[in-house]
Design a protein around this ligand. Sequence first.
Ligand SMILES: [Zn+2]
Length: 428
Amino acid sequence: MTTKKIRSNISAEAAAHPLLASDQARSLLEYCAADLRVCPTPEVWENIASRLKESVGTKAAIRSFPNCLTGAASFYFTDMHKSGCIEEQIVWAVQYGVLDIADALFRSVPHAQWYLGSVNLHWMDTIGGQVPRYNRAQRTQRREKVLRAKAKRDATEPVPLILHIPHSRVAIPASLKREFVVRHKKLSAHLAASTDHFTDELFDSNLPNTQALIFPIRRLAVDPERFERDALEPMAKRGLGVLYERGHDGNVIRLPISGARREEILAAWYRPHHDWLTQSVDDALGRAPRALVIDCHTFPDVPFAMDADQKVPRPDVCIGTAGIHTPVWLVRAATKWCTSQGWSVRVDAPYSGSMVPLKHNSKDRRVLSIMIEINRARYMELQGTQAVRRASFKKCKRFVSGLVATLRAAVARDNAVNNLKVRKRKSP
Ligand SMILES: [Zn+2]
């Protein structure tokens, strides 16, 4: 038997593919094949496919999209084909410039919505491309071994963490871009100012027992942090509802969108994101007494014209709270960490609130939620419309990691004090 040593879990074909050479593509491929992942469940997979196709929007791109192996195809094709199909879809995303969107979508699929195989498909590369012939008992054994290792890794962090990252991505799907009424240059300025640049890098989503939910497109196109119905959303009166009509300076950027088109946009981008968030929280509550949602943002050092709080100087960190979901001890743990590191902090100022799924909001105290907003001056600057990392970026990342670890430790401590037991895991 020839043995070919491949350290990563991606197929030899993908490893050699010129379009998959970038760090982002490589890291996404690895993610999609780790922990026995094969492909998302059919409904979720089709949803991702339709969002990817809509992001490019050209007929040629849609025609060449590698179709998901769902429905009848799921019976004819093996796990190897299915995971190969994901690789082809990632190649397609690179080809049409939407890797960023694909990356956010695949990473945000709730863990329970991944179909898991029985052997790591790409191990076969290490034995010269032969599909390993395991009998049923061996397959079960291998599967259990991998899942046990994951459970062990997750158990090092007894508090399930959900990182909600709604404003970091920069893509705007073609169909939505057409609807803006300002010229390209002006639009770029709005985009640069309103994006929470690099937030997904500051908050590490590779931690054990952690689910990241990264909204795949720009907030200026759709803002998942707003209420769906304008009647409930206080910012809608200022033209900053779920579908922004005004930019950061208060000028009109898009005409009101209503009726069927509004419905179409919300169904494509807003609702799936919230469904996944709700599911992730429910998953977490299925295996632990409490779940911690961290709403991850950054804010400009100089207030926008549209900001309610115009007070300067602004703090280094702003902590946001959400009623019964943010106990005092959690806020205290956060502020204590900030001051211990010499960073100034304010609570619910200049921004307030934190994300809790509607299903649990003001009802379920097992869902803990806190917003962390970092002052952008601490880690980046805008050169024209280009966001550039400052030399202090790494230091800021370390600060954020420390803060996240502190919050998790505080929850674990409070669970212990209140004798909240970790429920026994359901066998997968
Ligand atoms: Zn934000």
